[in-house]
Design a binder for this molecule. Structure first.
Ligand code: CUA
Length: 156
Protein backbone atom coordinates (compact mmCIF):
# COMPACT_ATOMS: atom_id res chain seq x y z
CA UNK A 1 0.00 0.00 0.00
CA UNK A 2 2.83 2.37 0.94
CA UNK A 3 4.86 1.50 -2.14
CA UNK A 4 1.93 2.09 -4.39
CA UNK A 5 1.40 5.51 -2.90
CA UNK A 6 5.02 6.59 -3.47
CA UNK A 7 4.96 5.23 -6.99
CA UNK A 8 1.94 7.32 -7.71
CA UNK A 9 3.54 10.45 -6.28
CA UNK A 10 6.68 9.98 -8.34
CA UNK A 11 4.68 9.26 -11.44
CA UNK A 12 2.76 12.50 -11.02
CA UNK A 13 5.97 14.39 -10.22
CA UNK A 14 7.73 12.96 -13.28
CA UNK A 15 4.87 13.76 -15.58
CA UNK A 16 4.70 17.27 -14.13
CA UNK A 17 8.42 17.88 -14.71
CA UNK A 18 8.17 16.62 -18.28
CA UNK A 19 5.17 18.85 -18.98
CA UNK A 20 6.96 21.85 -17.48
CA UNK A 21 10.06 21.11 -19.55
CA UNK A 22 8.07 20.90 -22.78
CA UNK A 23 6.29 24.10 -21.89
CA UNK A 24 9.60 25.94 -21.32
CA UNK A 25 11.06 24.60 -24.57
CA UNK A 26 7.87 25.53 -26.40
CA UNK A 27 7.83 29.06 -25.03
CA UNK A 28 11.57 29.45 -25.64
CA UNK A 29 11.36 28.26 -29.21
CA UNK A 30 8.21 29.90 -30.46
CA UNK A 31 6.64 32.46 -28.19
CA UNK A 32 9.57 34.78 -27.60
CA UNK A 33 10.26 35.66 -31.19
CA UNK A 34 13.16 33.28 -31.48
CA UNK A 35 11.92 31.83 -34.73
CA UNK A 36 14.38 31.84 -37.61
CA UNK A 37 13.86 34.66 -40.13
CA UNK A 38 10.47 33.81 -41.52
CA UNK A 39 10.55 31.32 -44.32
CA UNK A 40 7.13 29.81 -43.83
CA UNK A 41 5.93 31.27 -47.11
CA UNK A 42 6.79 29.05 -50.01
CA UNK A 43 7.23 29.65 -53.72
CA UNK A 44 7.94 27.40 -56.71
CA UNK A 45 11.63 28.10 -57.45
CA UNK A 46 11.07 27.31 -61.13
CA UNK A 47 8.48 30.07 -61.36
CA UNK A 48 10.18 32.87 -59.42
CA UNK A 49 10.29 35.13 -62.51
CA UNK A 50 6.55 34.84 -63.10
CA UNK A 51 5.49 35.04 -59.47
CA UNK A 52 4.73 38.44 -57.90
CA UNK A 53 6.45 40.27 -56.37
CA UNK A 54 9.56 38.63 -57.86
CA UNK A 55 8.43 39.26 -61.43
CA UNK A 56 9.36 42.89 -60.76
CA UNK A 57 12.28 43.12 -58.30
CA UNK A 58 13.20 46.48 -56.83
CA UNK A 59 12.29 49.07 -54.25
CA UNK A 60 8.61 49.97 -53.79
CA UNK A 61 7.26 52.61 -51.45
CA UNK A 62 4.44 51.23 -49.33
CA UNK A 63 4.07 54.01 -46.78
CA UNK A 64 5.58 57.12 -45.29
CA UNK A 65 9.30 56.29 -45.10
CA UNK A 66 8.44 52.61 -45.54
CA UNK A 67 9.51 50.45 -48.44
CA UNK A 68 9.54 46.90 -49.73
CA UNK A 69 12.77 45.75 -51.33
CA UNK A 70 12.14 42.72 -53.51
CA UNK A 71 15.34 40.86 -54.37
CA UNK A 72 16.05 37.78 -56.44
CA UNK A 73 19.31 36.18 -55.31
CA UNK A 74 20.69 33.89 -57.97
CA UNK A 75 24.05 32.55 -59.11
CA UNK A 76 25.90 34.93 -59.06
CA UNK A 77 24.16 38.25 -58.61
CA UNK A 78 21.42 40.07 -56.78
CA UNK A 79 18.58 41.63 -58.71
CA UNK A 80 18.21 44.58 -58.70
CA UNK A 81 21.88 45.51 -58.65
CA UNK A 82 21.39 49.26 -58.23
CA UNK A 83 19.63 50.02 -54.99
CA UNK A 84 19.06 53.55 -53.74
CA UNK A 85 17.25 54.04 -50.46
CA UNK A 86 16.25 57.35 -48.86
CA UNK A 87 17.84 57.95 -45.46
CA UNK A 88 15.57 56.98 -42.56
CA UNK A 89 13.59 54.50 -44.62
CA UNK A 90 12.25 51.35 -43.03
CA UNK A 91 12.93 48.63 -45.56
CA UNK A 92 11.28 45.22 -45.68
CA UNK A 93 13.58 42.88 -47.58
CA UNK A 94 11.67 40.15 -49.43
CA UNK A 95 14.08 37.67 -50.92
CA UNK A 96 14.07 34.36 -52.72
CA UNK A 97 16.35 32.25 -54.90
CA UNK A 98 15.47 30.41 -58.10
CA UNK A 99 18.50 28.13 -57.90
CA UNK A 100 20.64 27.29 -54.86
CA UNK A 101 21.01 28.51 -51.28
CA UNK A 102 22.50 32.00 -51.08
CA UNK A 103 23.12 34.39 -48.24
CA UNK A 104 22.26 38.05 -47.99
CA UNK A 105 24.18 40.23 -45.59
CA UNK A 106 24.38 44.02 -45.51
CA UNK A 107 27.56 45.32 -43.89
CA UNK A 108 27.11 47.59 -40.82
CA UNK A 109 23.56 46.31 -40.24
CA UNK A 110 21.81 43.32 -38.68
CA UNK A 111 20.58 42.23 -42.08
CA UNK A 112 21.94 38.72 -42.43
CA UNK A 113 19.83 35.95 -43.81
CA UNK A 114 19.93 32.66 -45.59
CA UNK A 115 18.09 32.69 -48.90
CA UNK A 116 16.64 29.28 -49.57
CA UNK A 117 15.04 28.35 -52.89
CA UNK A 118 11.38 27.50 -52.46
CA UNK A 119 10.97 29.96 -49.60
CA UNK A 120 10.25 33.66 -49.29
CA UNK A 121 12.66 35.14 -46.79
CA UNK A 122 11.95 38.41 -45.00
CA UNK A 123 13.86 40.79 -42.78
CA UNK A 124 13.32 44.44 -41.90
CA UNK A 125 15.87 47.17 -41.36
CA UNK A 126 15.72 50.94 -40.93
CA UNK A 127 18.58 52.77 -42.60
CA UNK A 128 19.27 55.65 -40.22
CA UNK A 129 22.56 56.82 -41.74
CA UNK A 130 23.35 57.88 -45.26
CA UNK A 131 26.19 56.18 -47.06
CA UNK A 132 27.22 53.19 -49.05
CA UNK A 133 26.46 49.72 -47.75
CA UNK A 134 27.95 46.58 -49.17
CA UNK A 135 25.44 43.78 -49.74
CA UNK A 136 27.04 40.38 -50.19
CA UNK A 137 26.21 36.73 -50.46
CA UNK A 138 27.68 34.98 -47.44
CA UNK A 139 26.75 31.38 -48.22
CA UNK A 140 29.02 29.52 -50.60
CA UNK A 141 26.94 29.01 -53.72
CA UNK A 142 29.37 28.01 -56.45
CA UNK A 143 32.31 29.20 -58.52
CA UNK A 144 31.10 32.81 -58.75
CA UNK A 145 30.26 33.14 -55.07
CA UNK A 146 32.97 35.72 -54.30
CA UNK A 147 31.64 38.03 -57.03
CA UNK A 148 28.11 37.96 -55.73
CA UNK A 149 27.59 41.35 -54.19
CA UNK A 150 26.39 44.85 -54.82
CA UNK A 151 26.02 48.22 -53.11
CA UNK A 152 23.11 49.88 -51.43
CA UNK A 153 23.21 53.67 -51.53
CA UNK A 154 21.41 55.39 -48.69
CA UNK A 155 20.88 59.00 -49.74
CA UNK A 156 19.89 62.15 -47.82
CU1 CUA B 1 25.37 33.41 -53.76
CU2 CUA B 1 27.33 32.87 -52.54
Amino acid sequence: MHLYKYEKIWLIFGTGVLALFLLIVGIGAFAMGHEPPSDDETIDPQKVRETPPFDNPGLKQIGDQEYELVIVAQAFAFQPSDIEIPKGAKVHFIVTSPDVVHGLAVAQTNVNMMVTPGHINRITHTFKDAGEYLMVCNEYCGTGHQFMGTRIEVVE
